[in-house]
Design a protein around this ligand. Sequence first.
Ligand code: NDP
Ligand code: GDR
Length: 368
Amino acid sequence: STPHSNGCAVAVAEEETPSVPRSLAPPRKVALVTGITGQDGSYLTELLLSKDYEVHGLVRRSSNFNTQRLDHVYHDPHETPSAARPPMRLHYADLSDSSSLRRALDHVLPDEVYNLAAQSHVAVSFEVPDYTADVTATGALRLLEAVRLSAKPMRYYQAGSSEMFGSTPPPQSEATPFHPRSPYAVAKVAAHWYTVNYREAYGLFACNGVLFNHESPRRGENFVTRKITRAVGRIKVGLQTKVFLGNLSAARDWGFAGDYVEAMWLMLQQDKPDDYVVATEECHTVEEFLQAAFGYAGLNWKDHVVIDKKYFRPSEVDCLEGDSSKSRRVLGWKPKVGFQQLVEMMVDKDIELAMKEKVLVDAGYRDT
Ligand code: NDP
Ligand code: GDR
């Protein structure tokens, strides 16, 4: 049976060149993605599927379904013909459970492992520091150890963060020292160095992507960009009047998540493993994001934003702006979506979403 569930390309090639045995068809690459249900996981899965990978995702147990971002690429195994293997499959595992990681790797035997799972919210990490360290730092160590002990060589990607630079002034590059400012950022620094250490100690093909903030219409709703664009959508259609925010003067280098997952993939296609900063090299304050998002919808942010102290962090990261020249030079990567385009993409989607909500509210099926 064909290893390709969509089968088309292989079937056509075989018909045209019947003398080529099936075993000579290039083997389909297999990727294992942790954090597949998150923003980046969904974009990376789309990218890998478009490159004809077989994608396996690790999903943690939740009391609610948590696969909404993947629904459009999910094939129900019950509806997939038995001869074909679904191109994307999900398995239960948790970064806090080494045996589950080991079992998943042994079962899937991937060529590439992308570790995107984390307790990824900076403000929340001050509330659950111990848990954040366990999942975000020790979780990476558990996965690295599982990769190291596997019989098959695997390439490993670690989702590093610009938060690791913390209070070190911009522009930040691979040579910039880390000064993390939250339990999340400290945990990411540990994961970064575990990855470097496994590369040096065991010769693992392990890469750190030090990615600056990247956003999209799929961004979690409690990160500031999406919180703002969700509010813009709902204010625009009359479902909400105010949005409560914290520090508006923090500045971030915001890119589009769809562009950033390409850099992750590129890192694992190089001849040698290395660490790379990925950034747009353009920096804006939260206030500028507000201006752009509300302004695009024909609204004035000052009429709707209320400052609430509870959204200020015990220690803040004031300004992140990346120097991604190494990624551009070595990987040939560059962002395709700029700041204004990103804002407009998110506002458009969130106005559309709010209009759907409004239909339900007006029909009495939902509260505002
Ligand atoms: P999200 O918060 O959207 O996704 C995090 C993912 O991790 C989710 O799939 C979540 O599952 C999963 N997860 C959380 N805890 C566990 C656990 N204990 N075991 C298994 N899975 C778990 O993050 P993003 O997609 O935005 O980011 C991806 C990665 O990149 C993260 O590691 C983040 O820290 C890092 N990063 C992100 C940047 C950004 O700007 N987006 C920038 C730099 C780094 P569930 O859906 O069940 O919650
Ligand atoms: P960040 O993203 O901390 O950079 O981490 P977030 O969007 O949470 O905050 C950005 C800046 O906005 C300020 N801010 C607020 N933030 C939130 N969440 N909610 C508010 O109401 C609010 N008001 C102001 C914050 O103080 C901060 O300065 C993200 C995550 O994706 C990490 O996982 C990732 O590693 C980094 O980006 C790079």
